[in-house]
Design a protein. Structure first.
Length: 115
């Protein structure tokens, strides 16, 4: 799932605060200092995408990411592979572009799955 720039910034902020944050605190933490109404609009969108949950705390809501960043990236990778017309070709091209560190991580993950 692709995220817009503000969606990504909000998710990054929430991933760094797994305990959750109020919308005002999210807005304050963002580098672009968007209006609180803009942040609330994006949070509603992220909630509809099941990336964020909200819980009422008094008159406000506490927002939390539904999964950590690693799980989000893994789901995005799976979705991209599901879109491939030729899975083997897509994986081969991907592997041909990764750094040695990523290649090693892939090898380790695959070796760990064999057991």
């Amino acid at each position: 799932m692709r995220l817009g720039e503000l969606e990504r910034s909000i998710m990054e902020t929430l991933w760094h605060h797994p305990e959750g944050m109020l919308a005002q605190d999210i807005a304050t933490a963002l580098p672009t200092a968007p209006a609180i109404t803009t942040v609330l609009t994006v949070l509603v969108r992220l909630t509809k995408k099941d990336l964020v949950t909200r819980e009422r705390t008094g008159r406000a809501h506490l927002y939390r990411a539904t999964s950590d960043k690693d799980a989000f990236v893994a789901e995005a990778m799976q979705a991209a592979l599901n879109e491939a017309g030729d899975l083997e070709a897509a994986v081969t091209r991907f592997v041909g572009t990764v750094s040695p560190e990523v290649a090693e991580a892939l090898r380790n993950a695959l070796d760990g799955h064999k057991t």
